[in-house]
Design a protein around this ligand. Structure first.
Ligand code: HEM
Length: 150
């Protein structure tokens, strides 16, 4: 990602910050409607999911500029996700629901082609590193179609 793209993602998140609870609700509504099978992975109530959603966006945004720490932090995040029983295919489901919720909340003016491309890249980099971490998690291979062990 270029510094300009990192800045686009940061600015976009800053604009949405005050409305993150409703963006989170839209994200989970979309995700659980399209993929009801992932609903049981999430324990806890809606309020906790909103906090988790904000943490998730912050994790993406903060991880990217710090390349030194990026791989280490996202790999261990991915290894924890394998323990939450998240599989590789779920990353695509979350990608679609997340980008749709961000686009809706941003409106046409805030969701330019450049901003959309920057978010896609930020998500994909984070997700790829997380999947590497998941693959390295002991006994918890996260290859598509292969159920998590344990
Ligand atoms: C770029 C992608 C993602 C990021 C940055 C991310 C980030 C996070 C963070 C920061 C947490 C808080 C707990 C922790 O740090 O271990 C979390 C929890 C969780 N995430 Fe993700 N996540 C991502 C993708 C996914 C995907 C694809 C799924 C599968 C549907 C998922 C399911 C979960 C679940 C089930 C929890 C535990 C929630 C609970 O307490 O019930 N995440 N995630």
């Amino acid at each position: 990602m270029t510094p300009e793209q990192i800045e686009l993602v940061n600015a976009s998140l800053a604009r949405l910050r005050g409305r993150l609870p409703e963006v989170a609700d839209a994200f989970y509504r979309g995700l659980f409607t399209e993929h009801p099978e992932v609903r049981p992975l999430f324990t806890g109530d809606q309020a906790r999911l909103r906090v988790k959603f904000a943490d998730e966006l912050d994790a993406i945004v903060q991880a990217i500029p710090d390349f030194e720490g990026f791989l280490g932090r996202t790999r261990s995040l991915g290894a924890r996700h394998a323990e939450y029983r998240v599989r590789a295919e779920h990353y695509g489901h979350v990608r679609t629901a997340l980008l749709a919720a961000l686009a809706d909340a941003s409106g046409a003016g805030g969701w330019t082609a450049e901003t959309a491309a920057a978010w896609r890249l930020a998500y994909d980099m984070t997700a790829e590193a997380m999947m590497l971490g998941a693959a390295g998690a002991p006994g918890r291979a996260a290859a598509p179609g292969r159920p998590a062990a344990g």
